[in-house]
Design a protein around this ligand. Sequence first.
Ligand code: KIV
Length: 273
Amino acid sequence: MPPSTPRPRVTTTDLAAMKRDQHKIVMITAYDALFASLVDQAGVDVILVGDSVGPVLAGMPSTVPVTLNQMIYHGRAVQRGTRHALVVIDLPFLSYQISPRDAVRNAGRILKRTAAGAVKLEGGRDFAPAVRSLVIAGIPVMGHIGLTPQSLNVLGGIRVHGRGAGAPERLIDDARALEDAGAFAIVLEFITADVARRVSESVTIPTIGIGSGPHCDGQVLVLHDMLGLNENFHAKFVKRYAELGAAVRGAVASFADEVRTVAYPDEAHTHAG
Ligand code: KIV
């Protein structure tokens, strides 16, 4: 392909081929056009407009208060900022849990208003009917099992999933139910590495891990965590590839210091005449 030809958008079919060809899938979150454009240029395959936007950007205590309109606002910005990656938007709490009809109405609204490529929802076999209705309506769905933050109040807190009698089998059944319902991929969050491997081997659709070890078909991280911007969040699985929180504080402190000492604006940053 000539260098000037823009790369086509990643599709759900491309992701299936990546699993088949054993090419790892790279997914990362973004919530705005500026960061989305940067991560798109870095060559990620999938950008997730996660409902983590609530806690990470909006100071919310969890993902539960995040609204459909918030997801549409951030989803539109991310889609505008990208050319290559597949953009997947989280369905927020209570936008799909009540009924499959509700799921289709709300997910349809998201795709119509954002032009994104797919939605993601949390839950296993209980949500297979919703996934099936969405796919029949023409809406690609990514599943999400293991730790599902929208259900944290029921799960009773953050813990690794897949441990205990029957737990691995339940996760495998959930993944198979999502695949049978037509999901194109599944996020495996906070599952033991061995169980994540077993789940990944039990389905033909790609699994994308977060805190679930190296055997998944791809990996996802929250951008603000891996950039060191979300400094209050600590988890063993988060590798910080930069320390932008410290860099921002340092840059702004330098600006403040130079304004107070009238070192800024200097001659180089002043229009003469
Ligand atoms: O909301 C989110 O960012 C997510 C990822 C953690 C997978 O669901």
